[in-house]
Design a protein around this ligand. Structure first.
Ligand SMILES: Cc1cc2nc3c(=O)[nH]c(=O)nc-3n(C[C@H](O)[C@H](O)[C@H](O)COP(=O)(O)OP(=O)(O)OC[C@H]3O[C@@H](n4cnc5c(N)ncnc54)[C@H](O)[C@@H]3O)c2cc1C
Length: 438
């Protein structure tokens, strides 16, 4: 026999799985909403993450749409129509209208909030003022305590139940089309990648722009890997099967990481979960190459205000919590002003991009590195995320050539040694499906 065997082109499932295998899936669940649960189920897989598993017929056209909306493959900044002559565009921090330090006026919300409770206070204000009927956001999972799950809150109490940051896998958009089917105005709170995904879906489904009236995001340095969370549980002597609840932070700023079983509570400092500095953070690959951890496509982004990016063990014991809040659009600027006037939040004063850089040095570094990291993915024959309006090329052009080369080499090494790769998603037979409403 002569000649070489012909390799068949990848089928739809293989193309979908490539996003996961190349470490670009964040498990947001949008592909399930797009294809329908009869074709794709985003659920806990053997790797411990949530990822899409093909459960029924899937064609190339649907996978083309998924590549166009998945925040692993496409991430855009603020739509042009939301930028006007009053918008300032900072090279790193992107478009903004006003940046302030603020907190929830209700001391209980401030205390329970991840930082200062601003996102929760704004959502409550939006419901109470009748601007939206629902808030689509996430709460602690009802089936897997280390995960988050999507929830549609229609009352202030429901919003408050979802307070706090969740650092485990969280399929924020798994049920987004059900929320849109209600045909009622809503606010959306999601990580910057969730925001990018829903903005992407808005190019296909006109209901997004019609119904999603306010887009809110926590600034995000990345979520914790399932292995890191298991490691934390090991260190506090809790087997994952015993765990009944996990609060990553909140009830103080940042508040303790609190693991509960039927008969025991273990609390540790936030730094005992994450480590004392950025070099100890264990993040999914997608988060390491994230081009937008700062929520450029949201109306308003809220962050911590710890100088250097991490809390101090001593002062954090009594820190009441202060958010930095970046209002990017007229909707965001107006919401901030209205919520302050209505007594929902307290604004300490105005700040700017320089202070944001002091609070978030890791975001500044990653913003500069993202362009070279993406180019290195392309050079290695990997999926290179498509980005628009994030200024990545301009920022990369400011880097010295040896730093660009270092970023390329870092990606090449991580691809070669497997750190940028995930197994083909397969159902973890030991786990129950993860849920969420609506
Ligand atoms: C994974 C992750 C990484 C983060 N990294 C940084 C960082 O590097 N620097 C920084 O300054 N801040 C970071 N934050 C943001 C910070 O923890 C606070 O969320 C932010 O300051 C807002 O605080 P708050 O008190 O106003 O939020 P809250 O009032 O407590 O409201 C939080 C809101 O976020 C939603 N939410 C919580 N977890 C998730 C999730 N996993 N996915 C989608 N929505 C969620 C909740 O449903 C709730 O509506 C991160 C948050 C997350 C979830």
């Amino acid at each position: 026999m002569t000649g070489s065997a012909t390799v068949p082109p990848p089928g739809p499932a293989e193309r979908l799985h490539a996003i996961v295998e190349q470490g670009l899936c964040i498990g947001c669940g949008l592909c399930q909403a797009v294809a329908g649960p009869g074709s794709i189920s985003v659920r806990r897989v053997a790797s411990g993450y949530e990822a899409p598993v093909v459960t029924g017929p899937l064609d190339h056209a649907t996978v083309d749409t998924i590549y166009d909306v998945c925040p692993g493959t496409r991430i855009d900044g603020l739509p042009d129509r939301l930028v006007d002559k009053r918008t300032v565009v900072d090279p790193v921090w992107g478009p903004w209208r006003r940046i302030v330090r603020a907190w929830a006026a209700d001391p209980d919300v401030r205390h329970r909030g991840s930082t200062g409770g601003v996102l929760t206070a704004l959502c409550v204000h939006l419901l109470e003022s009748g601007q939206v009927d629902h808030v689509l956001h996430v709460r602690a999972s009802s089936t897997e305590p280390t995960f988050g799950e999507p929830t549609l809150s229609s009352t202030p109490d429901e919003v408050l139940e979802a307070v706090g940051s969740r650092y485990g896998p969280t399929a924020t958009l798994r049920h987004v089309t059900d929320a849109l089917d209600l045909g009622r105005p809503l606010a959306f709170v999601g990580k910057p990648c969730d925001i990018a995904a829903l903005r992407n879906w808005g190019r296909h489904d006109p209901r997004v722009d019609d119904l999603v009236r306010v887009w809110l995001t926590p600034v995000c340095g990345g979520f914790g890997t399932p292995d890191a969370t298991r490691g934390f549980l090991d260190r506090v002597g809790i087997h994952p099967a015993e765990l009944t609840a996990l609060r990553y932070r909140g009830h103080g700023c940042p508040g303790p990481t609190r693991a509960e079983t039927a008969d025991r509570v273990e609390e540790r400092h936030y730094l005992d979960f994450w480590g004392d500095d950025e070099s100890q953070w264990t993040l999914p690959w997608r988060c390491k190459v994230c081009p937008d951890g700062i929520g450029e496509a949201a109306d308003l982004a809220a962050s911590d205000t710890w100088p250097g990016g991490s809390p101090d063990r001593v002062t954090s014991e009594t820190d009441p919590g202060t958010n930095a809040v970046v209002a990017r659009t007229e909707v965001g600027r107006r919401l901030l002003a209205e919520a302050e006037a209505a007594g929902a939040i307290e604004v300490e004063g105005d700040i700017g991009p320089a202070e944001m850089g002091e609070y978030q040095p890791h975001q500044v570094r990653k913003k500069y590195a993202a362009g070279p990291r993406h180019e290195a993915l392309g050079a290695a024959g990997r999926i290179q995320p498509v980005t628009h309006r994030l200024r990545l090329r301009d920022l990369a052009a400011e880097l010295p050539p040896d730093e660009v080369a270092r970023q390329h080499e870092g990606v090449r090494i991580r691809i070669a040694d497997g750190r940028a790769t995930q197994p083909t998603p397969s159902i973890d037979a030991t786990e129950s499906p993860t849920g969420g409403s609506p």
